[in-house]
Design a protein around this ligand. Structure first.
Ligand code: SF4
Ligand code: SF4
Length: 147
């Protein structure tokens, strides 16, 4: 049931509400905590669980990936493309490893599925670019240094 309340003179013109709002704004202005980051001088630190730009882990100078194709299989965005090759010691490795980053939804499934702990998502969040990027193997290997 709708109950109609009687409004007083001040309430009818919202004067009290405007004054209360101004008091709160002024209080926050002078005494409130500053919540704006002065980027890029000030950078926000993200949680360790943050999933940012990908990189490929390197162990003993070679990429840890054995081109098992698990990550492109689980990727819901179908954005990983791998071409496998074979080294002299018969170990498989990715000749081509590409991630179409605009299609990626940063779900982290590739990282979770990888049995070699080779594909990782770093805490790098600055990924803006002027053109569509497909991360190739060289780029993904270099990214580990920035992590
Ligand atoms: S984070 Fe998700 S969408 Fe992005 S490449 Fe990995 S599995 Fe695919
Ligand atoms: S990154 Fe991991 S899951 Fe993907 S192909 Fe390489 S070893 Fe397999």
């Amino acid at each position: 049931m709708l109950i109609k309340r009687e409004q007083g003179f001040l309430q009818r013109f919202y004067l009290l509400e405007i004054f209360t709002g101004l008091v709160i704004t002024t209080k926050n202005w002078f005494f409130g905590k500053n919540i704006t980051y002065q980027y890029p001088e000030e950078r926000r630190s993200y949680s360790a669980r943050y999933r940012g730009q990908h990189y490929i882990k390197v162990v003993n100078g070679v990429e840890n990936c054995t081109a098992c194709m698990l990550c492109p299989t689980v990727c819901p965005a179908d954005c990983i493309h791998i071409e496998a090759g074979e080294r002299n010691d018969k170990e498989k490795y990715p000749v081509k490893f590409e991630i179409d980053i605009l299609r990626c939804c940063f779900c982290g499934f590739c990282e979770e599925a990888c049995p070699k702990d080779a594909i990782k998502l770093s805490n790098i969040y600055e990924m803006a670019d002027y053109e569509r990027r497909v991360y190739d193997k060289d780029f993904l290997l270099i990214q580990r240094a920035k992590k």
